[in-house]
Design a protein around this ligand. Structure first.
Ligand code: ADP
Length: 444
């Protein structure tokens, strides 16, 4: 593991950092996504629906009014700035709010409106006059639970007397306390403890059970089993809802075990393509040479914003220092930062406070920074056996076909790495043109 020592000026020293960022922390990534997400991710894909009873008519809504929500909830939704349901909400909300309640498994990428949907379902089924837990939501970490709780508070702003409580480690409840809050959000272990050992929650009174971030959940040892134990103690008429951003077989198997008679809704992800990206490479001797090439390019094109990818923390740090010393305004995003620090760096970059973001692989996935027009691979992405990492290459520079603006990608290549680049070119069947960094006219 690396050691991190903050300097007086807040910058960081790191040692021994060659292979860090490869460990992707799913829960941290998910939290980061939430922290930097301010609006919906729109998808052009159709929503696929599998009904538990295929003969029953399929409802969808184009407005929130059609859902016949309580007045105070509708007010809450509009106060959040929502005008109409997102793509997945159009199909999911009628099922979630149906009488009698229906169970649902829903999968779509983060940012498509899943949380808002189940929060709405919880708030619409809660009875403010009854002072005991009625809705239970399981989340993989405390931080993620807190994010969901914030949505409940904002959307439920006008629902007086509806309250949230967090069942998480560290939230100490004195012996003999009666839990009167209607909505409980917590992590599986603590919820289990509160239900069975401490008897703070009576599971037989729960009306809505939500399992959020199922893919992150099953990634954590013990959480699947704990969730299943909780689910088994729920009454049969309790509505059960499961959400996930991804749907590998393991997630699907878990979902089917835990949600009886479900409707299933899926929204496919936009496919990344390299079609509207112009790709170039510059042949270099060594790291200094790469840096020189980068400076030439940087001087040649100052439109828009750029992300520069390095393979290791050490390289990223080195490059950041070099560029700063040359008077460029750059920021460094790397794995040693906390999720909050990362979110704030991404936010500053989005606001255009820095034009260049230098990073390792942490920010290659999941984060869409729309205004980025230039991507530089200061190092080519390779896997452990020094073969090209095609997927990472695609994620770094790929854009969704339909919404994609034109983009530029530059690869800084040491001569001995050229075969790797040729493999990438063949793999994607695309054209990566050689560039003479002294002659930027070729680009335009
Ligand atoms: P997910 O749970 O799928 O990651 P969220 O429910 O967190 O998605 O929604 C992503 C972002 O879009 C949030 O900022 C949320 O406030 C916003 N959002 C959700 N539903 C709508 C809607 N119908 N209209 C506008 N914004 C929405």
């Amino acid at each position: 593991r690396s050691t991190t020592v903050p300097n007086i000026d807040g910058s960081l020293n790191t040692e021994d950092d060659d292979d860090e960022d490869d460990v992707v922390d799913l829960a941290a990534n998910s939290l980061l996504n939430k922290l930097i997400r301010q609006s919906l991710v729109e998808s052009s894909h159709r929503v696929e629906v599998l009904q538990k009873d295929p003969s029953s008519p399929l409802y969808s809504v184009k407005t929130f009014e059609e859902l016949r929500l309580k007045e105070e909830l509708l007010k809450g939704i509009y106060a959040m700035g929502f005008n109409r349901p997102s793509k997945i909400q159009e199909m999911a909300l009628p099922m979630m709010l149906a009488h009698p309640p229906q169970n649902l498994i829903a999968q779509s990428q983060s940012g498509t409106g899943k949380t808002a949907a189940f929060v709405l379902a919880m708030l619409s089924r809660v009875n403010a006059l009854e002072l005991f837990p009625q809705c239970l939501c399981l989340a993989p970490t405390y931080e993620l639970a807190l994010q969901t709780g914030r949505v409940v508070e904002r959307m439920g702003k006008f629902c007086v007397d509806v309250e949230v409580m967090y069942a998480i480690r560290g939230n100490r409840i004195p012996r003999g306390t009666e839990v009167t809050k209607q909505i409980i959000i917590g992590t599986p272990g603590t919820v289990l403890d509160w239900c069975f050992k401490r008897k703070l929650i009576d599971l037989t009174k729960i009306r809505v059970f939500v399992l959020d971030e199922a893919d992150v959940m099953i990634d954590t040892q013990g959480f699947s089993d704990q969730s299943i134990r909780i689910q088994r103690a729920l009454p049969s008429e309790c509505q059960m809802l499961l959400f996930s951003a991804t749907f590998e077989d393991s997630v699907w198997q878990f979902a089917e075990r835990i949600i009886p008679d479900p409707n299933v809704i899926k929204l496919r992800k936009e496919e990344l393509t390299l079609n509207n990206i112009r790709q170039y490479y510059v042949l270099c001797e060594n790291r200094k040479d790469k840096y020189q090439a980068l400076c030439n390019i940087y001087g040649g094109i100052t439109i828009g914003q750029a992300i520069i990818f390095c393979q290791t923390r050490r390289n990223a740090k080195w490059l950041t220092v070099e560029m700063m010393q040359d008077g460029h305004q750059v920021s460094l995003l790397s794995g040693e930062l906390t999720v909050e620090q990362r979110a704030s760096i991404i936010q500053r970059f989005r606001d255009g406070k820095e034009k260049v973001l230098i990073t390792t692989n942490v920010c290659a996935r999941g984060i869409d920074v729309k205004q980025v027009t230039i991507v530089v691979n200061f190092d080519l992405p390779v896997n452990q056996s020094e073969e090209p990492d095609y997927e990472t290459y695609l994620h770094r520079i790929g854009r969704t076909g339909r919404f994609g603006k034109k983009g530029l990608a530059f690869n800084m290549i040491e001569v001995d790495k050229l075969p790797l680049l040729m493999k990438i070119q063949d793999h994607f069947n695309s054209n990566i043109k050689q560039l003479d960094p002294e002659d930027m006219d070729e680009i335009e």
